[in-house]
Ligand binder design. Structure first.
Ligand code: CP
Length: 313
């Protein structure tokens, strides 16, 4: 059983990017391998882009789509085996996943980090629970620690807008009033490490991502220094990995401004808080690629779903 849970599930990245380029020219380039099949999307958390782009992608591949807001409308699920279920959780993942697997040929799951327990979040109980027990291929629509559909859309965007063979890409932390997961920066860093780019990560001390995520990528604590000669600047907030889920600073000096951006192209996964994460002048400039990134979400979902359909045929 093949799943699309993380960047590692992309075997041949250059082949995927080439197919993405073909999709940009012809949205029907991958055919309709989903004809006669059903995709069930389960949302444990809110969404705009993922929800709509994945449905559009599925329709283009010929799939029927059913959607459930599991977080608001589903039974609370138990994930531990051998538990005496005499508390608030009404259903075990073993039954829930198998049941959904009888209704659908593929399942998409969105389930964010709780940010209370690092081990539990990084164990990916929800996503892996559906992958283990449903009996059908599972698509990660942003899990506790990874957002591969976003990272694939970001890779397509860098490919389409790069002006040099080896652009400098800077991932810059930004302030935010709420604690956010590491899923987007984790997947973006892992994706860029597989691309022909020079990646630099910049954030205040204490916001280091997991060492296995950054690998050998340079981490620079001085944002101004990191941004020098950048071709792409990807801005994102995340909460601390080491002091798990905590906000260590909200220093507005880390907000991205037109002045700091220079001539670089600006990227963000959206949604974004204006004048907290990035100032209006950046988002409203021609240097902003955020709408292109969002448009590429349909293509990234089409690529991932086509891969699941083809490899599990
Ligand atoms: N970037 C992204 O995943 O957007 P949504 O949370 O709106 O789906």
């Amino acid at each position: 059983m093949n799943h699309f849970c993380d960047i590692d599930d992309i075997d041949d990245l250059s082949g995927w990017l080439a197919r993405g380029k073909a999709l940009a020219l012809d949205q029907g380039a991958l055919g309709t391998p989903g004809k006669g099949k059903t995709l069930c999307l389960l949302f444990f958390n809110n969404s705009l882009r993922t929800r709509l782009s994945t449905q559009m992608a599925a329709r283009r591949l010929g799939l029927e789509v059913i959607v459930m807001n599991f977080g608001a409308e589903g039974w609370q699920l138990e994930y531990e085996d051998g538990t005496v279920m005499d508390g608030g959780k009404a259903e075990h993942i073993r039954e829930a996943a198998r049941v959904v697997g009888t209704y659908a040929d593929l399942i998409g799951v969105r389930a964010f980090a709780g940010l209370q327990d690092r081990e539990a979040d990084y164990a990916e109980q929800v996503l892996k629970g559906f992958a283990r027990h449903s009996g059908v291929p599972v698509l990660n629509m942003e899990s506790a620690t990874a957002h591969p559909l976003q990272a694939l859309a970001d890779a397509l965007t860098v490919e389409a807008y790069r002006k040099t063979d080896r652009p400098k890409v800077v991932l810059s932390w930004a302030p935010h009033p709420r604690a956010l997961p590491q899923a987007v920066p984790n997947s973006f860093v892992r994706m860029m490490r597989r691309m022909p780019v020079d990646l630099v990560v910049t954030h205040p001390e204490g916001y280091e991502l997991a060492p296995e995520i950054t690998g050998g990528a340079p981490v620079v604590y001085n944002q101004e220094e990191a941004l020098k000669n950048a071709d792409f600047v990807y801005v994102k907030n995340w909460s601390s990995y080491t002091r798990y889920g905590q906000i260590l600073t909200q220093d507005p000096g880390w907000m991205m401004t037109r002045n700091k951006l220079g001539t670089a192209q600006f990227m963000h996964c959206l949604p974004v808080r204006r004048n907290v994460v990035v100032e209006d002048a950046v988002l409203d400039s021609a240097q902003s690629l955020v709408i292109h990134q969002a448009a590429n979400r349909t293509r990234s979902a089409q690529l991932a779903l086509a891969h699941l359909l083809e490899s599990n045929a």
